[in-house]
Ligand binder design. Structure first.
Ligand SMILES: NC(=O)c1ccc[n+]([C@@H]2O[C@H](COP(=O)([O-])OP(=O)(O)OC[C@H]3O[C@@H](n4cnc5c(N)ncnc54)[C@H](O)[C@@H]3O)[C@@H](O)[C@H]2O)c1
Length: 362
């Protein structure tokens, strides 16, 4: 299949493996590369947001250079969204760009991260209490030549990690009424049953979410500021809040320090709650939306409140560092009554606070 996507591919491949993906999936990927005439060299990453940084990219670039890969050799990512984002950025940078293939192995990576060509890493800024992470501040748009997802790879995934993908799926359902009007109802029905052991449901979940994301990306491949009305920026629903919360290493979804830090999908779940409450404060959406969104996220086992959240002013300050800030203005994607979402620049602070305070759950 890989040869059909690009006839100019060389005869070697650089495979970036997620250390936690069962070995049999890596072995089967390498076997199928060999039968397609691509000799693999491999590198392994034990993924976390802390290693999703430039030094990891540099390390992989050194390995590619040492192994003398040329411009026609693809980089292949096998793993979750962290590995996909890093490997994609490595592919975008090595010799000014080589082909990348994404083989996502988490629900989040299948339904969202592997599609659309955003790659990149976090920046670490020295702070008084240790380095502070700024999410996805460096990167490139680099479209994969192929995305190959197999829901069988989800079988051994920790339930907590599997559920994280639902946050992005529920986000898609909230912004998709024009392209898939039934997606939110369908997702609610799915989560009411035993969805994790049903391959057919998982395939439909991934396929419908990929279609929604691809629809937004196709109309606005590089997220141009001019497309604020409805381009791919709407895929950031909940993310301005989420990116302020996610780097706070001591936060855990249930208050148990052993479960800290938050996973990306958990931060997105909380970000969606904050966004709907912010929208409600501005009377952009109906009264019923916040409880409906909380209900579907809870049905997916995702957090809707978070213990020990810092004061709202601290989080609003952190939002000022978000990469979605434009000309010094905070921008939020908020759901609207007519369906879908829109971008609101610099909403009143009281509305942002209403979003954050909804997460305290008191
Ligand atoms: N590029 C994009 O458009 C985009 C979109 C959404 C999210 N993201 C990024 O994706 C990242 C989150 O991705 P994620 O939720 O996949 O987290 P992740 O990559 O950290 O993976 C979660 C955990 O699951 C493990 N894992 C992966 N596949 C496995 C498997 N099949 N079996 C067992 N363990 C497995 C990983 O090693 C890791 O420990 C974030 O960094 C986020 O910023 C990117």
């Amino acid at each position: 299949m890989i040869r059909e996507t690009d006839e100019t591919l060389g005869d070697r491949a650089f495979v970036v493996l997620d250390a936690n993906v069962p070995k049999r999936f890596a072995a089967s990927l390498c076997d199928s590369l060999k039968s397609a005439g691509l000799e693999p060299t491999t590198a392994q990453i034990d993924p976390s947001e802390r290693i999703k940084i430039l030094s990891t990219v540099e390390d992989l670039l050194v390995q590619l250079t040492r192994a003398r890969h040329d411009r026609t050799d693809p980089v292949i990512a096998l793993g979750g969204g962290v590995v996909g984002d890093i490997a994609g950025f490595v592919a975008a940078s090595y010799r000014r760009g080589v082909p990348v293939v994404q083989c996502p192995t988490t629900l989040l990576a299948m339904a969202d991260a592997s599609v659309g060509g955003k790659t990149g890493v976090n920046i670490q800024i020295p702070g008084d209490e240790g380095p502070v992470l700024r999410k996805n501040m460096v990167g490139a748009f680099h479209q994969p030549v192929l995305v190959a997802a197999d829901v069988q790879t989800l079988v051994g995934l920790e339930p907590r990690i599997l559920r994280c993908g639902l946050a992005e799926c529920i986000k898609h359902a909230l912004i998709a009424p024009a392209t898939d009007p039934d997606l939110l109802d369908w997702t609610e029905r799915l989560l009411a049953g035993d969805w994790t052991d049903d391959p057919a449901s998982l395939i439909e979940l991934v396929a419908r979410n990929v279609a929604v994301k691809a629809g937004f990306v196709a109309g606005d491949v590089r997220e141009t500021p001019a497309s604020d009305g409805g381009g791919r920026a709407l895929l950031n629903l909940g993310h301005t809040f989420a990116h302020a919360i996610e780097p706070i290493q001591r936060l855990s979804p249930d208050g148990d320090p052993a479960h800290a830090p938050l996973q990306h999908g958990e931060a997105v779940s909380l970000g969606l709650i904050a966004a709907v409450h912010c929208a409600r404060h501005l009377d952009l959406c109906d009264d019923s939306l916040p409880s409906r969104v909380a209900h579907v996220l809870s049905a997916g086992g995702l957090p809707t409140t978070i213990p020990e959240l810092p004061p709202a002013d601290d989080l609003i300050r952190a939002m000022g560092d978000d990469k979605k800030v434009l000309a010094g203005r905070l921008r939020f994607v908020l759901p609207v009554r007519s369906g879908g979402a829109l971008i609101v620049s610099d909403p009143p602070i009281a509305a942002i606070r209403a979003g954050i305070d909804a997460l305290r759950g008191d």
